[in-house]
Design a protein around this ligand. Sequence first.
Ligand code: PGA
Length: 254
Amino acid sequence: MSQRPYIVGNWKMNGSRVMLAEARAIDRAAQRHPHAEVALAPPFPLLGALREAVSAIGVGGQDCHTAAKGAHTGDVSAAMLADIGADFVILGHSERRRDHGETDALVRAKAEAALAAGLGVIICVGETLEERDAGQAEAVVARQVEGSVPAGEAVAVAASRLALAYEPVWAIGTGRVAAVEDVVAMHAAVRARLTAIFGEEAAKVRILYGGSVNGENAAALLGAEGVGGALVGGASLTADAFLPIIAAAAAPED
Ligand code: PGA
């Protein structure tokens, strides 16, 4: 793998200032494992303090608005994230698609806004259990990739600042991890879609796996063909749970 594995912790709507101690411990571990690129996405209220608390890891938001500013109560813009020192933003997580009705078109517009603000972008895609059982997993994910990745002026810079996260909805927070061969097959399908969109530049886009990644299964998932990293929810909330995943990513594979 030419790029460093990218290990991103998504704290979702969890955490308080007390958890900055966990972020510091994760930061220290990342310094010991320079072969992995590590990042955390805390809830908005912790972003600034977490940014100040760490030096070796990336820091990102979990969503942003399409507009740079304006009358959008409760929303946060990509420019605001960049201003506070964020490096990236996670977009189109299945929980946002479910809780906030986010469509592929909205995710694409947010991704274009985030790139324009200078941020990296992690776009999440993934099928539900019903869709997998119906044999539609690859078709659903291909449609999400095609509809969610940037299409406008941002395309020129998109590939170098974009990551895709394949997160089967049924594997998120369930302890039920996807079979490695299914992950490999889906990552190849996503790669094919990205190549159709970006051409050779698609090689720069890392494809992460997410869904119940933990210290026990990380080595097998991260060592699988086409897996460029992991998006980790529950197991990123403590340094004790997250560090084995970072170590698994940093272990030389060949
Ligand atoms: P999980 O969440 O690791 O708790 O399954 C992953 C995610 O939603 O990104």
